[in-house]
Design a protein around this ligand. Structure first.
Ligand code: SF4
Length: 260
């Protein structure tokens, strides 16, 4: 389970603990990533620790500082022109996958809700990036290096997840990342919300559109699986993975040792 300490992943963990943990042969491990965001991640990690302790779930914290040698804050200071979410999200996904693989996980459960996924579909469609659309959770296939990601809250609107978290008295944290104001997603959140208000069902329609596009690609045999990054060997859409590209930027900015 990916666990940030926010409402979505806390609800996903709480429901998985209730519905999956009692089954024989199931082992739940919560994985949190500390990207190194001052004044923010410490709070959410504290909430994550409170929840896992209350549920009795094993909790692994993976730190970007230790695993990558740099942090989101560090690269944000060194490269003020680049939106931090671009590398922060890439690093988090890679660290989550690696930690899930190390834990021997069959699946990585994410807390994405209906609103999150509808925004991501629209962002990828606007970019014309069908490969990235195909890489979205939930994953349909299994590859050795990439632990399949599942999104069991994908049909649940964000507001309902929030209400559930409140009603279940989950110890989640409302803190907003200090870099969030620069995220491209903000604009798409507004657009999806405007469309949903004017045309209820837009969010579900976007997810259905994604499914139909992927079915078409699968039938046409144009769906390509990940290859291994030429530098780190982690799953990549081709050549050098984006995580390594951003680490190269960190070396160029002299905040990480090694050749740029
Ligand atoms: S808002 Fe952006 S920078 Fe902040 S944690 Fe999320 S992806 Fe990282």
């Amino acid at each position: 389970m990916a666990l940030s300490g926010g409402k979505d992943s806390s609800v996903a963990l709480s429901l998985a603990h209730r519905n999956l943990a009692p089954r024989p042969g199931v082992r739940l491990v919560a994985i949190s990533v500390d990207e190194g965001i001052s004044g923010y991640r410490t709070r959410t990690l504290r909430a994550a620790g409170t929840l896992t302790h209350a549920l009795g779930v094993e909790h692994v914290i993976v730190r970007a500082r230790t695993e990558l040698g740099t942090t989101t804050d560090g690269l944000a200071r060194a490269t003020p022109g680049t939106p931090p979410c671009s590398y922060c999200g890439v690093w988090r996904r890679q660290l989550l996958n690696r930690a899930a693989r190390n834990a021997g996980a069959d699946a990585l459960i994410l807390g994405f809700n209906l609103d999150d996924l509808a925004q991501t579909v629209l962002m990828n469609l606007v970019r014309g990036d069908l490969d990235r659309l195909a890489r979205m959770a939930p994953h349909r296939g299994v590859t050795k290096a990439l632990v399949p990601r599942l999104a069991p809250l994908d049909q649940v609107p964000e507001r309902e997840v929030f209400l559930y978290a409140l009603r279940a008295k989950l110890p989640f944290d409302h803190a907003e990342c200090p870099h969030a104001g620069r995220a491209l997603r903000n604009r798409f959140r507004e657009i999806v919300w405007e469309l949903e208000s004017a045309h209820p069902g837009t969010r579900q329609s976007l997810l259905r559109a994604r499914d139909r596009i992927l079915e078409g690609r699968s039938a046409a045999g144009t769906a390509a699986g990940p290859s291994a990054c030429l530098v780190c060997g982690e799953p990549s859409s081709g050549g050098v993975c984006r995580s390594c590209e951003f680490l190269r930027a960190a070396r160029t900015a002299s905040i990480l040792a090694g050749p740029a």
